[in-house]
Design a protein around this ligand. Sequence first.
Ligand code: BJW
Ligand code: ZN
Length: 238
Amino acid sequence: MNPIDSIAVLTGAGISAESGVPTFRGPGGLWRRYRAEDLATPQAFRRDPRLVWEWYDWRRGLIAACRPNAAHRVLAEMERRVEAFTLITQNVDGLHQRAGSRRVVELHGSIWRLRCTLECGPAWEDHRVPLDPLPPLCPRCGAPARPDVVWFGESLPEAALEAALVAVERCRLMLVIGTSALVQPAASLPLLALRHGARVVEINPEPTPLSDLVDEAIREPAAIGLPGWWQAWMEGER
Ligand code: BJW
Ligand code: ZN
């Protein structure tokens, strides 16, 4: 196997920006209009589950109206072409899957899955837009359901984090696309790759805390920078 055929990718909200999905930080970001503490913590959900669900229901509608962009599509193609390839995402929007990616390591869960607040069984998919009632109820026990996403102060799903760590430690090349690299533990994955000797390439129109540490920072939007990088990489491979 060509050693460079071992690629790990970490994506964040910026990869879906050109699809029309709002990011969290930066101009137009969700945290400019809403306080994270009021909406994306277990405390907020306990205090006012309906308010939190209204926010998620609104975002589900917004995302449902968006389409994957060229960057999502390139990653789906990379999965088909590159021998050892792992796509790790912090996004909950499901756009990677809609672009054709089969194996996606979802570090922060999915906005399209719900789970029982009483944890009576596994999470389930629910793509209805809008949801009704709010909060939606667990089909097994009738308790309120919650979005199967990771809020601040909650642990990441163990299997996903483990899969991400293994892929990052093994990869020869890591692409970091559209993340502010502020939220832990995801933000540490590129540092781990560097420590293990991988080449790390960042694609982001803005500088991040990673920019000075990586081997290459491509300051372009993902839907331009990633197809450009992929084409050059394929030409180099031939
Ligand atoms: C473009 C673009 C274009 C724009 N193309 N790019 C260690 C140190 C300090 C704190 C902590 C720590 N360990 C844990 C913490 C606490 C906390 C944390 O990290 N806080 C920091 C903010 C300080 N972490 C946690 O609580 C995590 N849990 C955990 O660690 O458990 C163990 C533990 C518990 C308690 C104490 C200690 C340990 C859980 C984090 C869960 C994050 N959840 C959210 C919400 C998910 C559900 C939902 O969507 O509603 O996940 S918050 C939000 O941020 C979301 C994202 O996945 C995540 C990351 O954001 P992302 O993707 O980077 O987006 P943005 O908006 O920040 O950036 C967009 C970027 O795109 C920008 O750079 C733009 O320039 C760029 N861009 N257009 C390419 N066209
Ligand atoms: Zn239940």
